[in-house]
Design a protein around this ligand. Structure first.
Ligand SMILES: C[S@@+](CC[C@H](N)C(=O)[O-])C[C@H]1O[C@@H](n2cnc3c(N)ncnc32)[C@H](O)[C@@H]1O
Length: 390
């Protein structure tokens, strides 16, 4: 992929840009094989799933800088100056095309880009709009979230929203997230809906997941499709009567792996994601698939507390875990190791923490593994591992 911003030294996000794509994938396969080497004796590695090299990101996190009259959507460079990344090659055309109307909306609704001058106690905060978070669905619809310092601009956003919807007919869901703190944390707790529709349908094979603001979704929809297909195929081979999906987000694994007669429980810390997953399962039951989704439930909570919890619910026959980059951690790994559960499916976006977690579960042996390149041009990737009790 050619990138003028990389060539000019303005953006360094794509750290592998100078390496041809097939070599990137080979290097990642080598990297994960080396990390898992201590635990992967006898593991069958399936061929890696590659991605398209550009235009694969379904979401954009744009820092808003510049001025009301000339907003800049992109990143801040090391000196804190805005870099316009509206033509970033990682975004599909439909995402790129949304940035022009969104920038014009910033001007129209008088949304002053947030900025901080000075440091420490002398730091002065100005402006309201911190980020624009934009997600593109497989059917071309958009969810836009305005991350704001306060609610000061909400009335103006509401007033001009019809204009934005006319300029950007794909806009299906809009909301404002209030993040008052000057902190590295991207978003705050308060989400204010701005449109009637609150969910973005993300169609993946025969399951359409409902995505809501404040819910995670896999970055690369095409590779996520392969991830859920692979998971479903391995789960169906084991054919458990009961299955937990820990760190379930909006239910991608749980819903793809649901089957008649299989009890599936999804656990997730984000209440919004759980509400979205619960809504999806109700819709799917009503769509003539009552049998497959009859016994699928979602609950909000901490994955480790749910599993390890004092009264410990009945043990499932199989567990899926798909944690954030930090991994599942010592407590959940220890619980799984001593649980007696024979099959675990671990989907990881950080092979270093995966290797650490697997080392803590020596009797759960990786029998199958597959790398899925969710993040071309960077050193990140997803890896799915089927563990079986020795
Ligand atoms: C990598 S995402 C996976 C989401 C989902 N499995 C999917 O395929 O979209 C990790 C998820 O874990 C959730 N999470 C983070 N900490 C958690 C915790 N302590 N307990 C349960 N879920 C947690 C996040 O909100 C996020 O949805």
């Amino acid at each position: 992929m050619q990138c003028p911003h990389y060539d000019a030294g303005r953006c360094h996000s794509c750290t592998l840009l100078e390496i041809d794509y097939p070599t990137q994938v080979l290097d990642k396969e080598r990297h994960v094989a080396e990390l898992l080497d201590p635990v992967s004796d006898g593991t069958t590695w399936l061929p890696a799933v590659s991605s398209v090299e550009s235009g694969f990101r379904n979401k954009a996190k744009m820092v808003v800088s510049g001025t009301v009259a000339e907003p800049v959507l992109g990143i801040l460079d090391r000196a804190g100056h805005g870099v316009d990344l509206t033509d970033c090659g990682l975004y599909p055309e439909a995402l790129q095309a949304s940035f022009g109307p969104l920038a014009a909306f910033v001007t129209r609704a008088n949304l002053e880009p947030y900025q901080v001058s000075g440091t420490g106690k002398r730091a002065q905060q100005r402006g309201e709009l911190k980020y624009l978070l934009v997600t593109l669905s497989p059917d071309g619809e958009l969810m836009v979230r305005f991350v704001l310092r306060s609610q000061e601009a909400i009335a103006r956003i509401r007033k001009h929203l019809a204009w934005l919807q006319a300029e950007l007919p794909a806009l299906a869901v809009a909301s404002a997230n209030i993040q008052p703190a000057h902190a590295a944390v991207l978003e705050g707790d308060l989400e204010i809906p701005l449109t009637e529709r609150a969910t973005l349908p993300m169609r993946i094979d025969d399951i359409t997941l409902d995505l809501r603001p404040q819910s995670f979704f896999q970055t690369n929809t095409a590779v996520a499709t392969e991830l859920y297909r692979q998971a479903r195929s391995w789960v169906d081979e084991v054919d458990p009567g009961s299955l937990w999906d820990l760190y379930c987000g909006v239910g991608g694994f749980a819903l793809h792996c649901a089957a008649p007669g299989r009890a599936v429980t999804g656990i997730e810390i984000s209440a919004e994601a759980v509400a979205a997953a619960s809504g999806t399962v109700e819709r799917l039951r009503g769509d003539g698939q009552a049998d497959r989704f009859r016994d699928v439930t979602f609950a909000a909570g901490d994955a480790t507390a749910f599993a390890v919890g004092p009264q410990g619910p009945d043990l499932p026959e199989m567990v899926i875990v798909n944690p954030p980059r930090r991994g599942i951690g010592a407590d959940l790994a220890h619980w799984l190791e001593t649980s007696g559960i024979d099959h675990v499916l671990y989907s990881s976006c950080n092979a270093t923490t995966l290797a650490k977690d697997l080392a803590a579960m020596p009797t759960l042996r990786p029998v199958r593994a597959r790398l899925l390149d969710m993040f071309p041009q960077t050193s990140h990737y997803e890896v799915l591992v089927l563990l079986e009790r020795a």
